[in-house]
Design a protein around this ligand. Structure first.
Ligand code: COA
Ligand code: AMP
Length: 648
């Protein structure tokens, strides 16, 4: 397929240092990353920048010794930044606002790390964090990092089964949770979900520490559950604090689970050294943000954006970060983001396009913007899903600042392609996340791994080795890592995204090549949802596809064929199935459409024609696949979708 691109807008390319910096990286990657590593404080500076013989495809800074918490917090206090605000907490859902200085944060983190030590966790142990957007979630993560304990944060919108799967894989010694999360329309008690998850999991943690919030009381199980505040008070009274533990650069900092192609998520491993070097480099060069400025990533600590750009990067760079417990709309209105930028003089806002679509839907002329002064913000960054040109142009028009799309994945922890504002903005082409960042040699290939010419759509791959910050492996699964990412295109990392590169070297991301869908910037596996549908006793066969949604980009839509002899009505089954996905995966799946059908369209070899079903549901042009077993089925599906108000 050949694609066309729109004319560039924005500053002239000649003013950007991007080409020069990218060329310098390409000419000598080791020198490039060796220089970048000097921005980090090491206990022992790495002599080896990259060891091609270590790990699955090589490892970065193998002989460096460092600590991420030290670089994020302690070194700034030592350098005189102690009184600066490290964390702004703003929670419209509880009416709470707070500021924590670097010095206060150091005290809180060192104290909580002492609590963790009291529970016997040490370097290399895993701790699961199941918490909402409150400062204690950040404190928990930094405290783990301080000790070399590997944190694994589970997003609050996931239900018990998803949490149980992660408990079984990470085998945490300890779980840290809050009594509840707060959504605009309801309190979400986390403790019952946690208890259910521990009940379901084969692995049992030794203890749980629960942060009690006034909105919901948690029933503590004697001998297993402990009250957060009481444990901290004990450590405070005894004057206990824990120091940063020197770690190998290659020691894991965290595991973050992300949707794979089955119901078993992939445990993406992040190291300490490479991650710090890469994230620190991005703050000045990609985001053009500098020490003392306020950086706000409006995401959640449960996602990679939250890990990288709420928790770690802003503090590594000596900035102020923002923990916002609210939504872009409804808390209280579509002016929420403008209020935040004005109140805290935010320099850079980073969010998902879906948040801007939500604002645009509520306040199409952005009338609420007139109530605020947002001049402090020099750029809006978008990621997590394709930034549709309509949204990009709308945001640019109302804000009058560059709107920069950038493309990355949980696996990479930072942008594969972006527009490096710190090096000088490149012309923006709406629909493209711009150009590959230094570290990434991005290619478009066909199924046989032959490189395709400009404007030809194919699989997007990155030449190995991946740069610092990217996953070295999956948690205790080197084979699955190699199988999932490295085998299909030898010598390259498979992004599982499809797209093309235009004549100017701009990358375009057009969709996934696997069963992952992107719902409101959240990455979900349709395969995982199919496993849940198939577990319903009335279901003989099923298929889940992602269909276009004006607000969330995509939403899942499930089709089920019922077993013979089922007496319940289709509507009853559809309601049960929607509830089942919510109970098993969680509300975040936004699974609200289930349709009972007589048969699923298949090829003669039995493959379900999901792509064609998607085209019908999206109202796109479609042709009858030559390999179809029974053409009448697609017409039936089209009729049934129409009955649900879906499709043309
Ligand atoms: N704990 C419990 N439930 C949660 C949750 C959490 N942390 N986060 C979301 N949910 C629930 C929501 O309440 C909603 O439940 P509902 O079906 O009862 O309404 C469901 O999960 C879906 O949530 P969400 O996808 O957030 O949709 P929404 O309709 O509540 O809000 C947006 C839509 C666009 C406002 C919202 O998705 C948003 O702010 N997105 C920003 C993008 C983002 O953060 N992306 C992360 C990657 S950068
Ligand atoms: P996640 O791991 O949750 O960050 O999701 C990664 C996936 O989201 C990518 O593989 C893409 O499919 C999609 N994605 C992320 N950012 C972008 C972007 N800027 N443009 C298009 N797709 C994106």
């Amino acid at each position: 397929m050949t694609a066309t691109t729109s004319a560039p807008i924005g500053a002239p390319a000649a003013t950007s240092r991007y080409a020069e910096v990218y060329a310098a990286w390409k000419a000598d990657p080791q020198r490039f990353w060796g220089e970048a590593a000097k921005a980090i404080d090491w206990y022992e500076a790495p002599k080896t920048v990259f060891d091609p013989n270590a790990g699955v495809y090589g490892r970065w800074f193998t002989d460096g010794v460092c600590n991420t918490c030290y670089n994020a917090i302690d070194r700034h206090v030592a350098a005189g930044r102690g009184e600066q605000t490290a964390i702004i907490y703003d929670s419209p859902v509880t009416g709470t606002k707070a500021r924590i200085s670097y010095a206060e944060l150091q005290h809180k983190v060192a104290t909580f790390a002492a609590v963790l030590k009291e529970f016997g966790v040490e370097k290399g142990d895993r701790v699961i964090v199941y918490m909402p957007m409150i400062p204690e979630a950040a404190i928990a993560m930094y405290a783990c990092a301080r000790l070399g304990v590997i944190h694994s944060v589970v997003f609050g919108g996931f239900a018990s089964k998803e949490l149980a799967t992660r408990i079984n894989d990470a085998k945490p010694k300890l779980i840290l949770a809050a009594s509840c999360g707060i959504e605009p329309n309801r309190v979400v008690p986390y403790k019952p979900l946690l208890d259910d998850a521990i009940g379901l999991a084969a692995h049992k943690p030794e203890a749980c520490i629960i942060f009690a919030r006034p909105q919901s009381t948690a029933n503590l199980i004697e001998g297993r559950d402990y009250d957060w505040a009481a444990e901290v008070a004990k450590a405070e009274a005894a004057g206990k604090k824990a120091d940063c533990v020197p770690l190998k650069a290659t020691d894991p900092l965290y595991i973050l689970y992300t949707s794979g192609t089955t119901g078993i998520p992939k445990g993406v491993v992040r190291d300490n050294g490479g991650h710090m070097v890469a994230l620190h480099w991005t703050m000045a060069n990609l985001y053009n943000v500098h020490p003392g400025q306020v950086y706000w990533a409006a995401s959640d600590v449960g996602w990679v954006v939250g890990h990288s750009y709420i928790i770690y990067a802003p503090l590594l760079a000596g900035c102020t970060t923002v923990i916002y417990e609210g939504k872009p709309v409804g808390t209280p209105d579509a002016g929420a983001f403008w209020r935040m930028v004005d109140e805290y003089k935010i320099t850079v806002l980073f969010t998902a396009p879906t948040a801007f679509r939500a604002i645009k839907k509520e306040d199409p002329e952005a009338k609420l913007l007139a109530n605020y002064d947002v001049k402090s913000m020099h750029t809006l960054f978008l990621a997590g899903e394709r930034a549709d040109p309509d949204t990009v142009l709308w945001a640019e028009r109302i804000l009058g600042v560059p709107v920069v799309d950038h493309w990355w994945q949980t696996e990479t922890s930072w942008a594969i392609a972006g527009n490096p504002v710190g090096l000088g903005l490149l012309p923006i082409k709406p629909g493209s996340p711009t150009v590959p960042m230094p570290g990434y040699d991005v290619r478009i290939v066909d199924e046989a791994c032959h490189e395709l010419p400009p404007n030809k759509m194919g699989s997007i791959v990155v030449k190995l080795p991946l740069p610092p910050g990217c996953l070295p492996t999956l948690w205790q699964q080197d084979d699955r890592f190699a199988e999932s990412y490295l085998h299909e295109f030898p010598g390259f990392y498979k992004t599982a995204d499809a797209g093309f590169i235009d004549d100017d070297g701009y990358v375009y991301i057009m969709g996934r090549t696997d069963d992952i869908i992107n719902v409101a910037g959240h990455r979900l596996s349709t395969g995982g949802m199919e496993e849940v549908l198939a577990s319903h006793q009335a279901v003989a066969e099923c298929a889940v596809i992602g269909i276009k949604d004006e607000l969330k980009g995509e939403v899942p839509c499930g089709f089920v064929v019922l077993k013979a002899g089922v007496t319940k009505s289709p509507i009853e089954i559809e309601t049960e199935i929607v509830k089942l996905v919510r109970d098993k995966i969680g509300p975040v799946a936004a699974f609200k459409i289930a349709i009972c059908v007589n048969r699923l369209p298949k090829t003669r070899s039995g493959k379900i024609l999901r792509g064609t079903m998607k085209k019908i549901a999206d109202g796109d042009a479609w042709t009858m696949p030559a390999t179809i077993d029974d053409p009448a089925i697609l017409d039936e599906i089209a009729e049934q979708l129409k009955g649900h108000g879906i499709g043309a």
